[in-house]
Design a protein around this ligand. Structure first.
Ligand code: RIB
Length: 312
């Protein structure tokens, strides 16, 4: 089993399913409300664990009821949480999520809480386990210094790195050469490249800009349009899989990242690893919830083999 280290957020998701997403100033009557584990870091850790890796997860939670949700979730998901730090001052992060129950599209606002207060010393405590991993993955849903420190440690130990630049924060552009796998969605790719990414062609142009800045491999996720991948050898568009009706797209990118990371850690080619990640994400969007919707390895492999059905 390959080892993956995830540094990132644990957030409790408060989600409402609505007939449509509200306009500014509009109140919409929602359907059911759900409370559950989320946060891009935790979601990617869970996706990787379910896809078959041994996962270390470093994050910070409050000494509160939402922190208890983190502990229970990580235990159930078989994730090593020795590097989870408890903060007695700041609260566990929280996200307010609305999902359009007809299209599965969402709107998210996230309050990072204690995930905005990870110290450099807390990241440095993870050095031995980062060094012993095949891949280090992180996002921008913590204070930026923590992200940068984690990337620096990984590079010092020649561990491959993956950065999901979400949610967009200012980050030092000098770190592009330290990123082996870079996974923006179309919004993030637009903002960071300065090219408005709306289709395959514009995604390829934006990907070229990231490669020119020093990233080794770029994957731009385009929702139902699939993904565009680029490195010095390949530039390809790969269409999205359809595993059933799209119910909830929350965490689809995280499912892609976590499962793609497992395939890379296992030595699959760039293209094969992207297929694995796309298959996992296409299954996750057919169910409500974020972490709870993520598939186990058998389902991903079955879809790739072409025999997965909604009832499996
Ligand atoms: O990527 C989805 C995640 O973004 C949600 O789980 C929410 O917590 C926000 O961080």
């Amino acid at each position: 089993m390959k080892q993956i280290f995830v540094l990132g957020s644990f957030i409790v998701d408060l989600t409402c399913y609505t007939p449509h997403l509200p306009q500014k100033g509009e109140t919409v009557l929602a359907g059911p409300f759900r409370i559950g584990a989320g946060g891009k870091g935790s979601n990617q850790a869970i996706a990787a664990s379910r896809a078959g890796a041994s996962v270390y997860f470093m994050s910070k939670i409050g000494a509160d009821d939402f922190g208890d949700i983190a502990r229970k979730t990580l235990l159930t998901e078989n994730i090593d949480f020795r590097h989870i730090v408890e903060d007695t001052v700041n609260e566990t992060g929280t996200a307010l999520i609305m999902v359009d129950k007809n299209t599965g599209e969402n709107m998210i606002t996230v309050s990072l809480g204690t995930c905005n207060h990870i110290t450099l010393a807390e990241v440095r405590n993870c050095e031995a386990d980062i060094a012993g991993s095949q891949l280090f993955i992180t996002q921008l849903e913590t204070n930026i210094e923590a992200t940068l420190e984690g990337l620096k440690i990984a590079r010092e130990h020649h561990v491959k790195t993956m950065l999901d630049p979400a949610p967009i924060q200012d980050f030092m552009h000098s770190i592009y050469p330290d990123i082996d796998y870079f996974t923006p969605n179309e919004t993030e790719a637009s903002e960071l490249s300065g090219i408005e990414v709306t289709d395959i062609k514009s995604a390829e142009t934006a990907a070229g800009i990231f490669i020119a800045r020093g990233v080794k491999n770029v994957i731009i996720t385009l929702g139902k349009q699939g993904v565009v991948i680029k490195n010095n050898e390949v530039c390809e568009h790969m269409p999205a899989y359809k595993a059933g009706k799209v119910i909830d797209t929350t965490g689809a990118g995280d499912t892609f990242n976590g499962s793609f990371a497992v395939a890379i850690a296992e030595g699959k080619s760039f293209v094969e690893a992207v297929k694995f990640g796309c298959a996992a994400a296409s299954i996750a969007v057919t169910k409500q919830g974020t972490a709870s919707a993520m598939p186990k390895r058998e389902k991903i492999e079955a879809l790739l083999a072409g025999i997965w059905s909604k009832t499996a």
